[in-house]
Design a protein around this ligand. Structure first.
Ligand code: ARG
Length: 585
C-alpha cells in the first residue's frame, strides 16, 4: 500500500515554502489554495499576509512567484487581481499522480490518518415492540455512512444501537403476555412482517385493557416493579418482546442493505445495572442535587417557560430511572470500557436539548473532557413531497417497509425501461440496488441538519443529483471497459491532456482530501456532492474526448485509464455511503 500526496497538498507545501522564503514571518501562514475556474488552483492567502506585513499585496505576490520553482509540478504561475496567485499544474504531474492512485488498489492512494481515535457511533436505534419510522431510517442511513467514511480514514468505529428496550411501557406489555401466553410466536418461527404484526396486535390489545381496566393497570404497574427488580419470569417475557422485535429490525436493515451486528445492539436495558452507581457518583460529586425527592442537574444557561431552569432528571422521586440515566451510564461505559475518544450520536434534532444536558452533566462529572468529546449529529425531519410532515393520504404515519418497497418498485420501472438484455432476476436485483440507493442518496446528499423531502419521483430520476445518475455513470464506464476487450487501461504521463481530462484528473486527485474533510466534519453530503461532480466531469470528458476511437493507441490506453480510475473512485465513494454500484444497468 502506497499512499499518494494529493496535488493540492504538494502545491500547498511549495507555496508555503515560497512564502516563508519571501517573508520569514509568513511561516505557518495558510496560502488558502482553492480549485479555480481561471487556472487549476488559486491562492488567496497573500492578501491577509500583506495586510499583516503592511505590504502591497501585488508586490508581495510577485516576490512569492520569484521564489516558486516552476517545472515538474507547477507549470505556470501568475499574479492576478488584487494579489491572487493563479497556478497551473503540469499535465505530466497530473497523470503520474493518478497512476500512483490507480496502482494502489482499493485505497486509491488515500493515506490512513496518523492519530486515529476510537469513535463510538450511536445510530439506528429503533424501539422494541414499535414500528420503525422515517426518523429511524435517517439515523441508520447517516450513521452507516459516517462509519464508512471514518473507517476509511483509519479511525476505529464501534457501533451502538441504543434501542428502546426498557421502561415503564413494558409493564403493560409483559402483564398482557403473562395473562395471554402464546400471543407472540417464538421468534425463530416468524419473519419480520409477522413479528411486527404480532407485536402490534399485542400492543393494541394490552393498551385497550390498560386504558379500560383499572385492575389490569394496577397489575401492569406491579409488573414494572418486578421487571426492575430482575424477577426471572418477568425478564423471560420481556426477552420475548426483544427477540421478536429484533427479527423485525433485522428484516428492515436487510432491506436497507445494511449490516447490523448483534453485539452492537446494546439497548437502554444494558445500562440498567449501572444506573444506581451513576446516580451515586453524580450526587457524591455534587453534580446532581436532590430536589423534591428527585435527583436532578440544573443548568444556568438552559431555561424553559417563564425563565424557569429546566433540570435533567437523573432519578425520579419514586426511585425510578429514565432515559437520561441510561444515556449517562452509557457514556461511562463507552469512555471507560470501550476507550472511546469521540462519542457520536446520530439522533433526531428534536432530542438536542436532552443531549446538551446529558453532555454537560458528563463534562461536570469529568467523564467527558478535552480528550473525550461528544457530538450530537441532530438530523432534521423527513417531509413529504409537498413539504409537509410525512404522512399517508389518510394522515397516518408511513410504514418504513412500505416506503422502501415502493422505492424498489419505482426503481424496477426505471431499470426495466432502460435494460434490454437483463433477465427478470437481474432486474429484481438491480431494482433493489437502485431503489435503496436512491433512498439513501437523497438523504445523504442533503445536509443532515436540514429537513428533507422524501420525493420518490425525484429520487429515481435519471437526471440530476441522484444515485441512479451516479450508478449509470459507473455502469457506462464498465461497458466501455468491456468493449475495450484486450486493450488495457494504462497511464501515459507523456501525453498532453485535454481541458476536460485535466478537470476530471484534478477532481479524481481530490478524493482522499474530500473523504477526510467530510469525515472530520461529519458531513456525508460533502462526499455525495463530490461524487456527483465526479460523474458530471466524467460526462463532459466523455462528450469531448473519444476514448476507444482516440488518435493513438497510447491515447486510447490513457483515456481508458482515466475511465477506470473514475469508475473505481465512484465505486469506493458510493460504498462508503452504503450504496451499491451494479456493473451493468
Ligand atoms: N430510541 C430512541 C428513539 O427512538 C433513540 C435513541 C437515541 N440514542 C440515545 N443514546 N439516546 O427516539
Amino acid at each position: 500500500m502506497a499512499s499518494v500526496t494529493s496535488l493540492t497538498d504538494s502545491v500547498q507545501q511549495q507555496l508555503a515554502s515560497a512564502l516563508t522564503a519571501t517573508r520569514p514571518e509568513a511561516a505557518g501562514a495558510d496560502p488558502l489554495l482553492r480549485r479555480s475556474d481561471r487556472a487549476d488552483f488559486q491562492a488567496n492567502g497573500i492578501l491577509a499576509l500583506a495586510k499583516k506585513a503592511k505590504a502591497n499585496p501585488r508586490e508581495l505576490a510577485a516576490e512569492a512567484v520569484a521564489h516558486l520553482t516552476t517545472g515538474d509540478l507547477i507549470k505556470d504561475v501568475e499574479v492576478s487581481g488584487p494579489g491572487f496567485l493563479n497556478l497551473t499544474i503540469a499535465d505530466r504531474a497530473i497523470t503520474a499522480n493518478l497512476a500512483a492512485r490507480h496502482a494502489d488498489g482499493e485505497r486509491l492512494g488515500v493515506p490512513l490518518k496518523e492519530n486515529a481515535g476510537v469513535t463510538v457511533v450511536d445510530y439506528a436505534q429503533p424501539n422494541v415492540a414499535k414500528e420503525m419510522h422515517v426518523g429511524h431510517l435517517r439515523s441508520a442511513v447517516i450513521g452507516d455512512a459516517l462509519r464508512g467514511m471514518l473507517d476509511f480514514t483509519g479511525e476505529k468505529t464501534i457501533g451502538r444501537h441504543h434501542i428502546g428496550d426498557w421502561g415503564t411501557q413494558f409493564g403493560m406489555l409483559i402483564q398482557y403476555l403473562f395473562e395471554h401466553p402464546g400471543e407472540l410466536a417464538p421468534a425463530a418461527d416468524v419473519d419480520g412482517e409477522q413479528a411486527m404484526s404480532n407485536l402490534n396486535r399485542v400492543y393494541k390489545a394490552s393498551r385497550v385493557l390498560f386504558d379500560s381496566d383499572e385492575e389490569f393497570k394496577e397489575r401492569a404497574r406491579k409488573r414494572v416493579v418486578a421487571l426492575q427488580s430482575g424477577d426471572k419470569e418477568t425478564l423471560e417475557l420481556w426477552q420475548q418482546f426483544v427477540d421478536e422485535s429484533k427479527v423485525y429490525f433485522y428484516s428492515v436493515f436487510e432491506k436497507l442493505d445494511m449490516e447490523i451486528r448483534d453485539e452492537e445492539i446494546v439497548g437502554e436495558s444494558a445500562y440498567n445495572e449501572g444506573m444506581p452507581e451513576t446516580a451515586r457518583l453524580l450526587e457524591e460529586m455534587g453534580v446532581a442535587v436532590r430536589s423534591e425527592g428527585a435527583l436532578v442537574v440544573f443548568f444556568d444557561e438552559i431555561r424553559g417557560k417563564d425563565d424557569q431552569p429546566v433540570p435533567l432528571i437523573v432519578q425520579k422521586a419514586d426511585g425510578g430511572f429514565g432515559y437520561a440515566a441510561s444515556d449517562l451510564t452509557a457514556i461511562r461505559d463507552r469512555v471507560q470500557d470501550l476507550h472511546a475518544t469521540t462519542l457520536l450520536y446520530v439522533v433526531d434534532v428534536r432530542q438536542s436539548l436532552h443531549f446538551r444536558m446529558v453532555f454537560e452533566t458528563a463534562r461536570r462529572a469529568g467523564w467527558l473532557n478535552d480528550d473525550v468529546t461528544a457530538h450530537n449529529m441532530g438530523y432534521g425531519t423527513v417531509l413529504g413531497a409537498d413539504g409537509k410532515p410525512f404522512k399517508t393520504r389518510e394522515g397516518e404515519t408511513v410504514r418504513l417497509e412500505d416506503l422502501l418497497d415502493e422505492a424498489v418498485q419505482r426503481a424496477a420501472e426505471v431499470v426495466r425501461e432502460k435494460a434490454r438484455d437483463l433477465t427478470d432476476d437481474e432486474i429484481r436485483e438491480r431494482a433493489a440496488q437502485v431503489g435503496i440507493g436512491a433512498v439513501k442518496y437523497a438523504d445523504l446528499s442533503t445536509s443532515p441538519s436540514r429537513d428533507y423531502k422524501f420525493d420518490l419521483d425525484q429520487m429515481v430520476s435519471l437526471n440530476g443529483d441522484t444515485s441512479v445518475y451516479l450508478q449509470y455513470a459507473y455502469a457506462r464506464i464498465q461497458s466501455i471497459l468491456r468493449k475495450a476487450g484486450e486493450v488495457r487501461p494504462a497511464a501515459h504521463p507523456e501525453l498532453e491532456l485535454h481541458e476536460a481530462e485535466r478537470a476530471l484528473g484534478l477532481h479524481l486527485d481530490a478524493f482522499g482530501d474530500t473523504v477526510f474533510e467530510a469525515a472530520a466534519e461529519y458531513a456525508p453530503h460533502k462526499l455525495a456532492a463530490y461524487l456527483y461532480q465526479l460523474a458530471s466531469l466524467y460526462t463532459s470528458f466523455y462528450d469531448k474526448c473519444p476514448v476507444l476511437k482516440a488518435d493513438s493507441p497510447e491515447q486510447v490506453e490513457n483515456r481508458l485509464f482515466l475511465c477506470d480510475l473514475t469508475a473505481r473512485t465512484l465505486h469506493r465513494g458510493m460504498a462508503l455511503l452504503g450504496i451499491r454500484t451494479p456493473e451493468r444497468l
